[in-house]
Ligand binder design. Structure first.
Ligand SMILES: [Zn+2]
Length: 104
């Protein structure tokens, strides 16, 4: 939504604007819906292991991607991890990982 300075929205609802400004938003790779970053689980490529791993604290280096805790099945079906991480990933490994982490 475009905000014009001095518009009714900006004047009447400053709290909403502050909220949008401070909560980082990421798109879930399973359902493609944007969500608050803390509500999503991060996946990252683990170079040492040569595999995808779950980064629940969202602190590991490297390119990451995000999903809702319940969107794992859609992620596997869409093969979304490889696309998001821009790597060739093992779909079986991702499926096993997400199932083991309770994300499906
Ligand atoms: Zn989702």
């Amino acid at each position: 939504m475009a905000l014009t300075p001095g518009s009714a929205f900006a004047v009447d609802r400053p709290a909403r604007i502050d909220f949008l400004a401070v909560i980082p938003v990421r798109t879930c790779i399973g359902c493609r819906r944007p969500a608050a970053k803390p509500d999503l689980v991060r996946l990252v490529w683990d170079t040492a292991a040569g595999a995808v791993r779950v980064d629940r604290r969202q602190v590991l280096p490297g390119r990451g991607c995000y999903l809702h805790p319940g969107c794992g099945a859609a992620v596997v079906k869409r093969r979304a991890v490889g696309r998001a991480l821009r790597r060739v990933v093992d779909g079986e490994q991702v499926a096993t990982l997400l199932a083991a982490e309770g994300l499906t």
